[in-house]
Design a binder for this molecule. Structure first.
Ligand code: SAM
Ligand code: TMP
Ligand code: ZN
Length: 410
């Protein structure tokens, strides 16, 4: 299974103009053992924009089974901030959208059950779709009902036949992962009750551009949504964008709510965000060109900083072996010569090497043993949580290297 070059917009078939080439990249969540580095899979990571519907998307598609499988390492519950976010989300869905007797909630990408466990504990009917069997098993351990499968039109039809219509179809950091969004939206439309809603949250293109967060671009993130592009995509499949909410998590996201077309009156927040996007030019070509220039500057600054620290004989490590960091290390050419190791809490990443760049991954306990002089904060979206538990690093004279929105030492 090689990567597939996409011809035309994955949503509307319109012409896609390439805006940023991040080069040859490995799978962002495949952490090889030292013996397995020769078998790594590579594809070309580049961002394009559809001239017709404005959807920003990758120009090559990695086969889904290569990314989401038994050993998919990402675990949602490892962050206390994200646990709190999803417990709050579950409670809100229960209080506002799952109120009728027999209400039914379907989640796509339920991962280790971080959100659905709240719904399950309330005794509300639910089903999680999770193709990655390892994390799906962890969700079952939380009392969550899981189908180890990909959500798409066909599997949505199965659920409708066995469980009946859904009041809520929810997805966090998953819809943007699915190139076959056409099938997913058809499936959601089929499965949703007449008054039901599809609620999903994903990194927001407006925040990515504003922060030069180019590391949000990687194999799993196929789409980079705006209110404009989501509204256009929804309309093609009989759905309507009826609400949006900015979220602070993962460096800036938007939670979109879609309903059957005409079923609900869109909230004023939709018109507000659409207006803001027009004013800031978020959906246009010039903003993407400025972004591409800023990304090149970040690479030059980060490489220059790490090289000069090496020349000075400083020790440099990194914190958080994020999927995002695969883009940074491979685009900037950062290997173990510039970053000695990276600490991460994920058990199945520890003892492995980072994708493509082959930087050793160590447990967080190794961070203080001894502290490096500098640490690149790859998990910048979890900065608050990490700073709070690693106060000893700065106290010992250590300095954090940030590269979002620009390269800085703190
Ligand atoms: N929702 C969790 C969160 O926000 O932390 C997990 C997000 S994780 C980045 C994306 C998840 O979507 C993975 O666990 C993956 O296995 C799952 N996934 C991928 N394709 C899917 C599909 N077609 N249907 C349902 N889940 C899918
Ligand atoms: P994410 O940015 O995709 O959520 O990935 C975060 C990564 O950082 C994940 O591999 C877990 C790791 N991590 C730590 O090592 N320590 C922490 O305190 C947190 C919150 C995450
Ligand atoms: Zn399009």
């Amino acid at each position: 299974m090689t990567a597939l070059a996409v011809s035309g917009c994955r949503i509307c078939g319109g012409p896609v103009t390439e805006m940023l080439d991040l080069g040859r990249q490995p799978l962002s969540d495949a952490f090889p053992r030292p013996a397995d580095v020769a078998d790594e899979f590579f594809y070309r990571l580049a961002l394009g924009r559809c001239a017709d519907c404005t959807m920003v998307q990758l120009v090559e598609e990695v086969p889904r089974e290569r990314m989401f499988h038994h050993d998919y390492p990402y675990r949602s519950s490892l962050s206390s901030v994200m646990r709190a976010h999803f417990t709050g989300t579950g409670r809100e869905l229960l209080a506002t959208k799952l109120t009728r007797p027999g209400a039914f909630c379907v989640e796509l990408g339920c991962n280790d059950g971080v959100m659905l466990r709240t719904v399950a504990q309330a005794g509300v009917r639910h089903l999680g779709f999770e193709p990655s069997a390892g994390v799906a098993e962890l969700a079952r351990g939380q009392g969550v009902r899981v189908r180890t499968d990909f959500f798409e039109e066909k599997t949505a039809a199965d659920v409708l036949a066995t469980d009946g219509p859904a009041d809520v179809v929810y997805a966090a950091n998953t819809i943007c992962h699915l190139p076959y969004l056409d099938s997913v939206l058809r499936g959601a439309r089929l499965l949703l009750a007449p008054g039901g809603v599809l609620v999903f949250e994903d990194p927001y293109l407006g925040d990515i551009l504003a922060r030069t967060a180019f590391d949000q671009i990687y194999d799993e993130h196929f789409y980079y949504f705006t209110a404009h592009s989501v509204r256009a995509a929804a309309a093609r499949f009989g759905l309507e964008l009826v609400d949006v909410r900015r979220l602070p998590v993962h460096g800036g996201e938007v939670r979109y709510t879609l309903a059957h077309a005409g079923a609900r009156t869109p909230s004023p927040a939709v018109a507000d965000l659409l207006r803001q996007e027009r004013e800031l030019g978020v959906t246009g070509v010039p903003a993407l060109r400025r972004f591409a220039d800023a990304v090149a500057r970040t690479r030059a600054d980060l490489v220059a900083l790490l090289r000069s620290l090496k020349e000075e004989g400083r020790t440099v490590a990194a914190y958080g072996a994020t999927a995002k960091s695969a883009t940074v290390t491979n685009y900037c050419g950062l290997g173990p010569d510039l970053i000695a190791y990276v600490c991460d809490t994920t058990p199945t990443k520890q003892g492995r090497l980072t994708p493509g760049a082959h930087i050793p991954v160590r447990p967080p306990e190794a961070f203080a043993d001894p502290y490096p002089d500098y640490a690149v904060l790859f998990a910048w979206n979890h900065a608050e949580e990490i700073m709070a538990k690693e106060t000893g690093f700065r106290a010992a004279g250590g300095r954090w290297i940030h590269y979002v929105p620009t390269v800085r030492v703190r």
